[in-house]
Design a binder for this molecule. Structure first.
Ligand code: C2E
Ligand code: MG
Ligand code: MG
Length: 762
């Protein structure tokens, strides 16, 4: 209803404007015609009538002039005002029409046919002009035409003569035609106006829509940008520019193929393929280096024919949300006091560790750590000091383990350390765990500075090993906990294993380590020498083998202590001693013509070889004793060579340059990576005694020995067999092409005096 009213008012407003715009011309035409008519009819019309008509015409013209020329103030959108104005205009037109119509009576010169015709001519012209001018308003044009014409028709019809009557009828007919035409013209004018109004309204709606869209885009709390099919940005709203600490002007034109964060490109391209694209992740801005965590959705942008012309991306800065999530995650998985993983995360990692240990076959360990007398600290110095201590303990624990291991706090003064990737054997893993446990005891036992207080505190540690899924996680933790109580019972400040057997192994090992330290101090180590011979049993040299002269147990073979020495690095001082003693022996042999040619082989451990200054250690020993380095032979094992092949080759080459020889010990038992063999600067291969032992009875061993010898010959390497204890073995070896031997058949390892006595006997 309101819309219809508004619509009518809008039409009326346009009508009025059109009417007013033609009114000036029509007023001038009307005044000119009136003057014309009056001057012609002057002679034939009584002057009183003429005067009345002229006065009326002047009055009406002035009235209309005032309306047309004086500025009319009315609000165009006020429909009542527009209607009133139109009413005024119509009144003016009706008055003008009536005055013109009155001319049909007042200026009608009865009997003067020429003047009558002139009057008819002028009034008809006036009618046509009026209808044309006021066609925009049916009321104005209709009443104007009718008021002018009808009095004239009546006057003509009542004139009595036939010509006037005919003329009257003709004018009537003419009026009829004109009114019909007027009806049509008016309808098309109104239609025209309506169309114009509607077009303007539509245009307005579109303009408003565009403006609203622009406002919406620029004020939306999400970033929006448009891009073309070349991934060049064509529009960015302010929010998006703000996110990147840039401006919309700067971003428009940016070729996203060149941006720093290429990770978003697949989702942008998705939209160009007609699909929705999504990205959530870190974003690093190209221009400003601003960083944010964003969530982006990309949709294709199409033209009127549904062709893809680019994409629209909606970007949300979710950094805050991400931070909150991280914080929640942190609270859920980390202990807020120490920032260490909490029980939940520990259990999760333990679950993974069990799975990975099942795969790799390597053992892991749980160490349950409880601080001794922590409650006393809390009670005497207060909880703040207690917290401070716990934080420092957490830090120290983290230093004690590798990065891949886990240190967690269960609560209170209870911590758990989880070790992974230990050895494959129980004893080995227990030994490694023990080493870490001792390290933790020593580190946590150092004094703490709690503000002004120096505080001392020891832990009790319970340990248990795991391999694969033999036990539940909770069960493992309980074992470590029980072991920890055993440690407390044993007098605190100690490590205890859950498993008694493990405990025994570890205890024995700890005792052995302590004894070995003492043995070094007391110089309880000896070198024994085992002869190496050629095919005619002539001595070529010897292998120096380590013995420990234990005050109670007597001579201890290296198998029982070398491993512990290697694990604790005690092998380094002992290795140095062996090298020095061997060089001294070589020097002694060099003094005698009978022993001058003898070489001496010594065993070198991986830790020794991989010392940064190993080359210079050997070089110094050679120089110190003034020996011929060609007679010094270092025995290495395969597994230690593979550990760091490039460095090993470098070390060996440097020593080779001095003249030192290399033999590959225990050959065949290791990984036998033949491709490396040719790269190593070796002189000799030593066939392991396990192959020699069964060579007479086991055909596959015989085959292996055959292959080893063929391969050595191929590489121009010398071959020696160790552990030769029977003549039969010697014969088999000679038959396959091995002519150097070591073994009980020729002599067991013996002290140097015995060795030299044997030489003399031979
Ligand atoms: P290895 O280098 O393979 O030494 C040969 C071992 O075979 C020696 O054992 C020797 O006594 C033994 N053997 C010699 N002839 C026979 C035989 O006919 N039959 C049998 N069954 N055995 C024989 P040992 O002296 O107990 O040494 C064991 C291992 O300890 C050595 O194996 C070597 O790997 C290591 N080792 C010995 N001395 C040292 C040393 O000074 N430093 C280092 N790093 N390791 C050493
Ligand atoms: Mg050896
Ligand atoms: Mg050997």
């Amino acid at each position: 209803m309101i819309d219809k009213l508004n619509h009518t008012a809008a039409i009326q407003s346009v009508q009025l404007r059109q009417l007013l715009s033609v009114s000036k011309v029509s007023l001038i035409a009307s005044v000119s015609l009136a003057v014309f008519l009056a001057s012609v009819q002057w002679e034939v019309i009584p002057s009183a009538d003429m005067l009345i008509w002229c006065s009326l015409m002047v009055l009406a013209s002035l009235m209309r002039a005032a309306f047309v020329y004086l500025p009319q103030r009315y609000p165009a959108n006020d429909s009542a005002a527009v209607r009133a104005q139109l009413g005024k205009f119509r009144l003016g037109v009706i008055v003008a029409g009536a005055i013109w119509g009155s001319a049909g009576f007042l200026l009608f010169p009865a009997g003067q046919q020429e003047y009558v015709m002139f009057l008819v001519f002028v009034l008809a012209g006036m009618t046509v002009g009026g209808v044309a001018s006021f066609s925009a308003d049916l009321v104005s044009s209709l009443s104007f035409a009718a008021l002018i014409t009808l009095p004239l028709v009546i006057r003509l019809l009542v004139a009595g003569d036939s010509i006037s009557m005919t003329m009257g009828l003709a004018v009537l007919l003419y009026l009829g035609f004109m009114l019909m035409t007027l009806w049509r013209i008016n309808r098309s004018v109104i239609e025209n106006i309506t169309l114009r109004i509607e077009a303007a309204a539509r245009e307005n709606i579109v303009r408003e829509g565009k403006e609203r869209y622009r406002l919406l885009l620029s004020h939306l709390p999400v970033g929006i940008f448009h891009y073309d099919t070349n991934l060049v940005i064509t529009y960015s709203n302010d929010r998006f520019a703000n996110m990147l600490h840039s401006t919309a002007e700067r971003l428009v034109g940016l070729d996203m193929k060149q941006i720093k964060q290429q990770a978003i490109l697949p989702s942008l391209n998705c939209a160009l393929q007609g699909e929705m694209g999504y990205y959530e992740g870190h974003y690093l801005a190209t221009y400003s280096d601003a960083e944010a965590w964003i969530h982006m959705t990309c949709a294709p942008s199409r033209d009127g024919n549904s062709n893809i012309v680019g994409g629209i991306a909606i970007v949300q800065d979710v950094t805050e949300r991400k931070r909150a999530e991280d914080k929640i995650k942190n609270l859920a998985f980390y202990d807020p006091l120490t920032d260490l993983p909490n029980r939940r995360l520990l259990m999760d990692r333990l679950h993974q560790a069990l799975a990975s240990s099942a795969r790799s076959g390597k053992e892991g360990a749980l160490l349950f750590i409880d601080l001794d007398n922590f409650k006393a600290l809390n009670d005497t110095l207060g909880h703040d000091m207690g917290d401070l201590l716990l934080r420092q303990v957490a830090q120290r624990l983290t230093f004690c383990v590798r990065e891949d291991d886990t240190v967690a706090r269960l609560g209170g003064d209870e911590f758990v350390v989880m070790l992974e990737d230990l050895g494959e054997e129980d004893t080995e893993a227990a030994a490694q765990t023990e080493v870490i446990g001792e390290k933790i005891l020593a580190t946590l036992g150092q004094p703490y500075q709690l503000v002004t207080h120096e505080y001392r505190c020891t832990p009790s540690i319970g340990a248990t090993l795991f391999k694969g899924h033999h036990l539940e996680k909770e069960e493992l933790l309980k074992q470590a906990d029980i072991a920890m109580y055993q440690a407390k019972k044993a007098g605190r400040n100690t490590v205890r294993f859950f498993d008694q057997q493990m405990q025994d192994v570890v205890t024995a090992r700890v005792v052995l380590e302590a004894e070995l330290r003492k043995a070094i101090e007391k110089q309880q180590f000896r070198l024994h020498f085992q002869v190496q011979v050629d095919r005619s049993n002539r001595p070529l040299g010897a292998e120096a083998l380590l013995r420990w002269e234990h005050p109670k147990k007597g001579l201890v073979p290296p198998e029982q202590f070398i491993r512990v020495m290697e694990e604790t690095d005690l092998i380094l001082p002992i290795g140095q001693w062996v090298l020095d003693t061997a060089c001294a022996q070589l020097k002694a042999w060099q003094q005698d013509a009978q022993t001058r040619h003898l070489s001496l082989a010594l065993n070198v451990s991986a830790t020794q070889l991989h010392q940064a200054d190993f080359v210079s250690q050997v070089q110094a020993a050679v120089q110190r004793h003034g020996i011929n380095p060609v007679l010094l032979k270092l025995e290495l094992t395969e597994s230690m060579l593979l550990k760091n092949i490039e460095d090993t080759i470098k070390t060996m080459s440097a020593l080779k340059e001095i003249g030192v020889q290399f033999s590959l010990d225990d050959f065949g038992t290791g990984y036998s990576s033949l491709q490396y063999l040719s790269r190593l600067p070796l002189d000799q291969i030593k066939i392991d005694r396990s192959f020699v032992r069964d060579i007479a009875s086991d055909s596959s061993d015989r085959e292996i020995v055959g292959i080893i010898i063929a391969m050595a010959q191929n590489l121009y390497l010398d071959v020696i067999a160790e552990g030769v204890s029977t003549e039969e073995q010697r014969q088999f070896l000679m038959g396959t092409g091995c002519f150097h031997f070591q073994g009980y058949l020729f002599g067991a390892p013996v002290p140097i005096t015995e060795f030299e006595a044997n030489l003399k006997q031979d």
